[in-house]
Design a protein around this ligand. Structure first.
Ligand code: G3P
Ligand code: MG
Length: 348
């Protein structure tokens, strides 16, 4: 229910709904869904956002996830079905969406993309405008001895591109989503870096070799699926790669990190929220953004650094039994429905 203050807000503001005092940014895994299932609280929260609130108006929101692996359009179709409310691509940001802003630097260079199933991520990268996109299954199809412990499945072989990597100088490696075979992917990243881009080529001494850009899109050490305990995420894969690379070469490899809590991702999200507010209310200002998340390291840390309000829910990675969160949220709530009502009570 809504408190007395929200009724007062209606008397003083309802004639000017375009001065909405807030907008929301929702994390997905552990907040709205767990595995394939939407949490019941998510459906309650979305009905409030779509008008079942003291103002009786639509409240602007975006989804901001470190997930990915498919196109924004594909994920939005799936989320709309899971949540029972339409989620539009223009209000959805996933781990690698931000790469759309850096494609121009690599558009005509061969790049290696990691993560996801078969060639789903290749298709996403091509949809962003990358023109020469390869993956580690292509390398195995070219030379199975590149990693003798992974026999391509028929689907993997069918999805692979025919290419002679001895002629293809890889310029950059993008880890879009969670690799399915960490060992294969760590092996090939090390090959690309140590040989200055030519997989299987001679190792070039550090000071003489062409530097390869290495970009990770999701720093999550863990995330919450429908298993009882959090699962290792892309941040764990990054740690595994850096540990192996350090054993091989004596040092870790410099890389670029996107995804929550990085400033680049929150700046990108703020701009999307402004677009959303412009579309709904004809202006780009809203004083309070409420980020609702389950992971203190990504959702709360990033929102606090972006000077948004943050609400930590207890349905995902963070477990209140384990003591206080590593990053202090503005508020804590049991689930996303309580979090939305808490924010409206604060602002209306
Ligand atoms: O792979 C997805 C996971 O790392 C976190 O997803 O929605 O909780 O940011 P999300
Ligand atoms: Mg989450």
């Amino acid at each position: 229910g809504f408190t007395q203050c929200s009724r007062r807000y209606i008397q003083t503001h309802s004639q000017r709904p375009n001065n909405l005092p807030l907008a929301f940014a929702f994390d997905i895994d552990g907040v709205l869904i767990r595995g394939e299932e939407a949490l019941p609280a998510a459906k309650k929260a979305f009905s409030v956002l779509h008008g079942d609130n003291p103002l009786g108006v639509e409240i602007p929101f975006i989804l901001l996830t470190n997930g990915g692996g498919v196109s924004e359009e594909t994920r939005c179709q799936k989320l709309s079905a899971q949540l029972g409310f339409q989620i539009k691509p223009e209000q959805y940001i996933q781990a690698h969406t931000v790469l759309k802003n850096i494609v121009s630097k690599y558009v005509n260079q061969p790049v290696l993309v990691l993560g996801g199933k078969n060639d789903a991520v290749r298709k996403v990268a091509e949809g962003y405008g990358f023109k020469q996109v390869y993956n580690t299954l292509d390398v195995l199809a070219w030379k199975p001895s590149a990693w003798p412990f992974h026999d391509l499945t028929p689907e993997e072989r069918a999805s692979a591109k025919e290419v002679d990597f001895a002629q293809v100088p890889i310029a950059a490696v993008f880890v879009f989503h969670d690799p399915r075979d960490w060992a294969l992917d760590i092996q090939i990243i090390c090959d690309v870096i140590q040989s200055g881009g030519i997989i299987g080529g001679p190792h070039v001494p550090y000071l003489r070799r062409k530097p390869i850009d290495l970009v990770f899109c999701n720093p999550d050490l863990v995330w919450r699926s429908d298993f009882e305990r959090p699962r290792l995420g892309q941040g764990a894969f990054k740690d595994a790669f850096q540990a192996v690379f350090k054993s091989l070469t004596g040092s870790t490899y410099p890389h670029v990190q996107f995804g929550k809590p990085t400033e680049a991702t929150y700046a990108f999200a703020e701009n999307v929220l402004q677009d959303q507010s412009q579309k709904l209310w004809g202006h780009r200002q809203f004083p309070s953004v409420y980020m609702i998340g389950d992971n203190p390291e990504s959702d709360i840390a990033g929102a606090n650094a972006a000077r948004w309000k943050s609400i930590l829910v207890h349905t995902g990675v963070y477990d209140p039994q384990m003591g206080p969160p590593s990053h202090k949220p503005t508020y804590e709530a049991s689930d996303v429905a309580e979090a939305v009502n808490m924010a409206l009570d604060q602002e209306l």
